[in-house]
Write a protein that binds this ligand. Structure first.
Ligand code: UDP
Length: 394
C-alpha cells in the first residue's frame, strides 16, 4: 500500500508499536469499511497493527443496538436485566482479549466499550475509545452508565466536537472525522462504461435519471423518508427512478424488519423503485454512486456518513439531511444541498435531476473537498497523533 511522505514521517517514532483495533463487525457499516483500509495502511507504515472482532453470544447485539440508539438520542433506555446482560457478556469478552500483547487498544463504538472496565490482567496497555455515533443528544441514563464503563480509557475520539459525551473525560480527547480509502475497490476510479456494464443486470432504465441512497437498513437512515421524497420529486420529474442499496451489518438486528417494510411498499407500487439488498459488491456500489444524478442521505442521525464521502468522491452531488457529519462534508449549494424536510429533499432532488450540468459541477466541487479533508492518510495521521499522546503518558 502506497503511503505519502507526511504520513510516513508521522509514523516514524511509532514503528514497532503494537496497536489493536477492536470492533463488533467485520462486515457492514462504516467502521468495518474504515478498518479494512486503515489497518493495512498502519502495517505498511511499520506499526504492528491488527484488527479483532468480538464474538459475543446471540442476543448481545439486540442489547448493544439499544445502547447505540440511546446514544443517538432514542428515548428508550435499557432495563436492569439488559444492563446485567451487557456486563456479563462484556466480562466474558474481556477474558478473550489479551491486553498484554498490545501497547494500545482502540475500541470502536459501544459494543466492546466495557471490555477494559472488566479486564482482570495487570498490563499497562493504553485504551482509546473511538465513538462513531452521533452522541450529541444522548439518553441521559445510558450516557451516565456508559461513562462509568469508559473510566479506564486514557484516550477518546469523536467525529465532531458536538459529539463529546459529558462525563467522559479521558486525558486525551481528539476530534477526528473519518475518511475513505481512494485506492480501495469502493473508491478507485470508475468510468461511465464500466459503471453501465455493472448495472446492466439490474431492473433499472439507464436512459432515465435515478437517485440512490446507499445505507444499512436502519431507522436512522430513514429509507421511508427517502421513498416519500422520491414520490414527491416524481411529480416534477416523472421519469426519475430511485435505488435503495442496503445491507445489514452483523451487529444490527433491526435491518430485516426495515427491509420487509420496504419490500411491502415496493410490492404495492412502484414504477422506478429498485431495492438492492445484501448483494451489491464494492464496485457495484460505486457504479450506482457514479451514475446517479444525485446521492441522497436523508438520515435522521448520521455519525459521519461515509456514503456521502464516497458519492462526492465519485463526482456525484449529495442531497443530505442537515444532521451530524453530513454538513461537515456537504456545503449547501456547492457540492449538493442540505435539507431539513422531505418536501425540501424532493425539491432539491428534482432540481438536480432536471439539471445534469449543475449536478456535474456540484459533484466536481464535492470531489475536491474529499481530496482535501477526507482521505485515509489524514485519518491515519490523526490517529497516530493520539496514539503517540497516550503512550507518552506511560
Ligand atoms: N455499504 C455497502 N453496501 C450497502 C450499504 C452500505 O457497501 O449495501 C457501505 C457504504 O458504502 C459505506 C458503509 O457501508 O462504506 C456505511 O458507512 P456510513 O458511515 O455511511 O454509515 P454506517 O453504516 O457506519 O452508519
Amino acid at each position: 500500500m502506497e503511503t505519502d511522505k507526511k504520513t510516513r514521517e508521522a509514523a516514524t517514532s511509532l514503528k514497532g508499536t503494537r496497536v489493536l483495533h477492536l470492533n463488533a463487525t467485520a462486515n457492514g457499516g462504516g467502521v468495518a469499511e474504515i478498518l479494512r483500509s486503515e489497518v493495512p495502511m498502519l502495517q505498511a507504515l511499520g506499526i504492528k497493527a491488527d484488527w479483532q472482532v468480538i464474538k459475543p453470544p446471540a442476543g448481545f447485539f439486540e442489547v448493544t443496538k439499544k445502547v447505540h440508539n440511546a446514544l443517538q438520542g432514542d428515548h428508550t433506555g435499557l432495563t436492569p436485566t439488559e444492563w446485567k446482560y451487557y456486563e456479563d457478556v462484556s466480562k466474558e469478552l474481556a477474558e478473550r482479549v489479551t491486553p498484554g500483547d498490545w501497547d494500545v487498544i482502540m475500541v470502536h463504538d459501544p459494543q466492546p466499550a466495557a471490555i477494559p472496565y472488566f479486564r482482570t490482567d495487570a498490563s499497562d496497555t493504553k485504551w482509546i475509545w473511538r465513538c462513531h455515533v452521533d452522541s450529541s443528544s444522548p439518553h441521559d441514563g445510558v450516557r451516565k452508565r456508559m461513562t462509568k464503563y469508559l473510566l479506564p480509557y486514557s484516550g477518546g475520539i469523536f467525529s465532531l466536537d458536538s459529539y463529546r459525551l459529558p462525563g467522559f473525560q479521558p486525558e486525551h480527547l481528539a476530534i477526528i472525522p473519518p475518511a475513505i480509502d481512494a485506492e480501495s475497490p469502493k473508491n478507485r476510479p470508475m468510468d461511465e462504461d464500466e459503471a453501465q456494464e455493472l448495472l446492466r443486470a439490474y431492473k433499472l432504465d439507464l436512459s432515465r435519471p435515478f437517485v440512490v441512497q446507499v445505507s444499512r437498513f436502519d431507522q436512522w437512515k430513514d429509507p421511508l423518508g427517502v421513498l416519500e421524497a422520491w414520490r414527491l420529486a416524481k411529480q416534477t420529474v416523472p421519469e426519475l427512478q430511485l435505488v435503495l442499496v442496503g445491507d445489514s451489518a452483523d451487529d444490527d438486528p433491526q435491518a430485516p424488519m426495515i427491509l420487509k417494510e420496504l419490500r411491502s411498499v415496493q410490492e404495492a407500487q412502484d414504477d422506478g423503485l429498485l431495492i438492492v439488498a445484501d448483494e451489491a459488491d464494492d464496485r457495484t456500489v460505486k457504479a450506482f454512486q457514479t451514475l446517479a444524478v444525485a446521492a441522497v442521505q436523508k438520515s435522521l442521525r448520521e455519525g459521519f456518513g461515509l456514503t456521502v464521502t464516497e458519492a462526492l468522491w465519485a463526482g456525484t452531488p449529495v442531497v443530505g439531511s442537515n444532521v451530524g457529519g453530513i454538513p461537515l462534508q456537504v456545503r449547501d449549494g456547492e457540492d449538493g444541498y442540505l435539507v431539513e424536510t422531505i418536501p425540501e429533499a424532493a425539491d432539491r432532488i428534482a432540481e438536480l435531476a432536471g439539471d445534469p450540468a449543475l449536478a456535474k459541477r456540484m459533484g466536481a466541487a464535492g470531489r475536491r473537498i474529499v481530496e482535501e479533508k477526507f482521505l485515509m492518510p489524514r485519518l491515519v495521521r490523526d490517529d497516530l497523533r493520539i496514539i503517540k499522546a497516550v503512550l507518552e503518558d506511560a
